[in-house]
Write a protein that binds this ligand. Structure first.
Ligand SMILES: NC(=O)c1ccc[n+]([C@@H]2O[C@H](COP(=O)([O-])OP(=O)(O)OC[C@H]3O[C@@H](n4cnc5c(N)ncnc54)[C@H](OP(=O)(O)O)[C@@H]3O)[C@@H](O)[C@H]2O)c1
Length: 321
């Protein structure tokens, strides 16, 4: 049974015929991304599934056979800047239109010891923020030339922190090399970066017809966190029955993404944060979520940091600003 606070898309949004529209969903082979993709295909769209593991993408795609729309899998490892560039080149060689870019993929480094990409980026940041940053910037021309296109990116309740401790972007140590490493700190900070990026991009794209959003999808029963050590996986298994009543299915957790991609109203709130309900918010007033909702973390509203982060990101991923 759905949680009493679950926020769901309205019927109109989920019954729109979106035949002829093209979407990209990153991490489309699993969890929230898979269910977002399934609904878009069900409503008639063509979805380009950007997957790190192509085989897993193809397996997922095989479950859409009976649906109205179409899909294809393209390789993309967000933690590898060249792979992101190759993905965009492959996409552009086939498509000249992009109605929605769903930056969904993400992970947390479960090992709690620093893990870096081959470019020296902290891994969690790379999968959540830097890879999506590069992908989005390289696709801006196609987004701008497509009427009323949208970009949405997944954050997390973790970005909110608590009134006593709010995650923030450390512009002087984006790769977590100058501090004692903590995996959930890295995850929370990357998810602040994502909220700031959606805001900065909305400001930059104002008047172009492209809108943006950041999202907390809810606490989803997906594969999230399954990459941990034997100990962590065992703890998760033991804990699972107790949290079942508090968590949502991946299809329920896809609702906020679908709202941002498809609803008429989401376009009126470009740059905003859309949150599913969550018992994990430490600020009581946030627990019910909201589409949109004000993040309780002041660091996620700091436009000066947002602009500096984007400027620095341009340099780090090798783009001209
Ligand atoms: N589950 C939750 O409770 C929860 C709560 C808040 C926010 N979120 C966010 O929701 C999003 C979706 O997560 P989920 O719950 O659906 O988890 P999931 O089932 O683990 O799916 C995550 C997806 O991201 C992909 N991915 C991870 N690293 C990648 C990389 N370097 N390059 C390309 N793809 C990569 C994974 O690919 P592989 O299958 O190859 O690993 C997978 O397809 C994430 O951004 C996560 O941070 C989840």
């Amino acid at each position: 049974m759905a949680h009493k606070n679950l926020i769901v898309c309205d019927e109109k949004t989920l019954s729109k015929d979106i035949s002829g529209k093209i979407y990209i969903v990153t991490g489309a082979n699993s969890g929230v991304g898979l269910e977002t993709t399934r609904q878009l295909v069900k409503q008639g769209a063509h979805v380009v599934m950007a997957c790190r593991r192509v085989n897993a993408g193809e397996e997922a795609r095989a479950t859409f056979k009976e649906l109205k729309g179409t899909s294809e899998v393209m390789a993309c490892d967000l933690a590898d800047l060249q792979s992101v560039r190759d993905f965009v080149t492959a996409f552009k060689s086939k498509h000249t239109q992009l109605d929605g870019l769903m930056c969904n993929a993400g992970m947390v480094n479960m090992e709690n010891k620093p893990k870096y990409t081959k470019h020296g980026f902290e891994y969690t940041w790379s999968a959540s923020y830097f890879g999506h940053f590069l992908m989005t910037e390289l696709l801006l021309d196609v987004l701008k030339s497509t009427k009323e296109s949208r970009m949405a990116i997944i954050s997390s309740v973790v970005h909110a922190g608590s009134p006593k401790s709010r995650p923030k972007v450390h512009l002087d140590d984006l790769h977590h090399k100058k501090r004692k490493y903590n995996n959930f700190e890295a995850y929370g900070e990357a998810k602040v970066a994502v909220v700031l990026y959606a805001k900065e991009l909305a400001e930059r794209l104002n008047g172009t017809g492209v809108t943006t959003a950041s999202i907390h999808p809810g606490w989803a029963r997906s594969n999230f966190g399954s990459g941990g050590s034997f100990l962590i996986r065992t703890i998760m298994k033991i804990v699972q029955p107790f949290v079942k009543g508090m968590t949502d299915s991946s299809a329920e957790a896809a609702q906020a993404s679908l709202h941002c991609l498809l609803s008429d109203d989401a376009r009126n709130h470009s740059g905003a944060y859309f949150s599913q309900h969550s018992v994990l918010y430490r600020d009581k007033e946030c627990k019910k979520g909201g589409w949109p909702m004000q993040s309780p973390n002041p660091n996620a509203h700091d436009m000066d940091t947002a602009r500096k982060l984007v400027k620095e990101s341009y340099k780090l991923v090798g783009l001209q600003s």
